[in-house]
Design a protein around this ligand. Structure first.
Ligand code: A3P
Ligand code: MG
Ligand code: MG
Length: 380
């Protein structure tokens, strides 16, 4: 029935022009429905970015998880001053690496079943991180987002635009915050080896330009998705299941000492952790809990499939079904709004906490994100 849909109604052929829904509600109650179809994600490719952010169509930057065995005592502060090369996060790469991957792997995508008006056979192309933000939106009270969307040859491309508030926070981070951002990468260095039979090197340089990314295909309700996400490492057992099931996500978090801290961890942190790994089908997270001085005092494995059970005892906690239904309805909203097939036309979807999602339209603006080299090559 009509009430099941969060945007007022779906546009039909009889609607007069200009009557399409102008906004989308993010109220949780609207998304308390059955869990939508979410097909098991299939890895269709990988790519790597080296220490200079150069693209390679291979897995050269994939690392291997090494269990430290005994209780660890990793100092996450080690090397911050003298063995850290930080990626310049003022450089906005938009979808460029994914687009490069697509051009180099077109034949893997263009199935014989693709509709002639949809050159790649998928409805949406984006980063996993953008979808993570959509999944957590019904529960987010702090940070809004801006998502630019263009339709090109039948496919909708979604690329994030940094909000003014996010830019101001980024340009005014405290020294403590800058150092804590390093800790997560340092943790990875203690647990990951570069080769299947080598061991981690805690004495090496942490370079956050380097990345290994998986490209997966899946379907949410009737939306065919292709997205890429960074992967921290894989199980080194050659008998481990094929990707993405062999991948391991690494996380750090403050040590939990009180029931209140445990509850906050379940309510806020596990939501983000779950959303990030559930999307690409990464089955487990290895978490390092650290003290005030950045020393990891314990490790714990979280299985993504068990997280919804873990949080069931929290009162008024987040629900995976709300996250997935909101994302599905947002994608339907985008499909209904972005009808013009034109890479120079950007629909900018905007959301602030406690507001509805709205949008504005921009031609040949600063928001354009599909580069000429991509449009030209794809038009061939
Ligand atoms: P933690 O995960 O331990 O917080 P990811 O977990 O996605 O693989 O990211 C690796 C690390 O990058 C994070 O480690 C954190 O240190 C840093 N990081 C990622 N996203 C961040 C963000 N939005 N703000 C600050 N640091 C971030
Ligand atoms: Mg990572
Ligand atoms: Mg991680």
């Amino acid at each position: 029935s009509e009430g099941r849909y969060a945007h007022k109604r779906v546009r039909s052929a009889e609607d007069p022009p200009g009557s399409l829904p102008q906004s989308l509600s993010t109220r949780r109650q609207l998304y308390e429905r059955d869990f939508p179809v979410y097909k098991q994600p299939v890895e269709v490719g990988v790519f790597s970015l080296d220490s200079k952010r150069n693209f390679f169509n291979d897995s050269r930057k994939l690392r291997y998880y090494v269990d430290p065995g005994k209780s660890p005592n990793f100092s996450l502060r080690d090397g911050y001053r003298d063995r850290y090369v930080k990626r310049d996060d003022g450089v906005k790469e938009k979808l460029d690496h994914i687009l490069r991957w697509i051009l180099e792997n077109r034949e893997r995508l263009q199935s014989v079943h693709s509709a002639p008006d949809c050159a790649l056979g998928v409805d949406f192309i984006t980063w996993r991180g953008h979808l993570t933000k959509l999944l957590t939106t019904p529960y987010e009270t702090q940070e809004g987002w801006l998502l630019a969307v263009s339709r090109f040859r039948g496919t909708l491309y979604i690329s994030e635009v940094e909000t003014e508030a996010a830019r101001v926070s980024r340009e005014n981070r405290t020294g403590r915050h800058e150092e804590m951002m390093y800790w997560g990468y340092k943790f990875e260095q203690y647990l990951c080896a570069d080769d299947v039979s080598s061991v981690p090197d805690g004495g090496g340089v942490v370079n956050t330009n380097e990345a290994f990314c998986t490209v997966v295909q899946t379907r949410l309700s009737d939306h065919k998705l292709l997205f890429s996400g960074e992967v921290d490492c894989r199980d080194k057992d050659p008998k481990a299941p094929p990707a993405p099931a062999c991948y391991v996500e690494l996380k750090t978090s403050a040590e939990i000492c009180t029931p209140k801290q445990r509850s906050n961890f379940h309510r806020y942190k596990l939501l983000k952790w779950w959303a990030q790994s559930f999307l690409p089908g990464v089955p487990r997270i290895v978490a390092g809990f650290r003290d005030q001085d950045g020393v990891v005092v314990s490790l714990e494995t979280f299985h993504i499939s068990k997280i919804s059970q873990l949080i069931k005892n929290e009162h008024n906690c987040w629900r995976p079904t709300v996250c997935m239904n909101f994302c599905s309805d947002f994608l339907s909203f985008v499909k209904s709004v972005v009808k013009d097939d034109d890479p120079r036309l950007v629909y900018l979807f905007a959301w602030e906490p406690h507001r509805d999602v709205s949008y504005s339209v921009h031609r040949d603006s600063e928001y354009n994100f599909l580069p000429d080299w991509y449009v030209k090559e794809m038009t061939n």
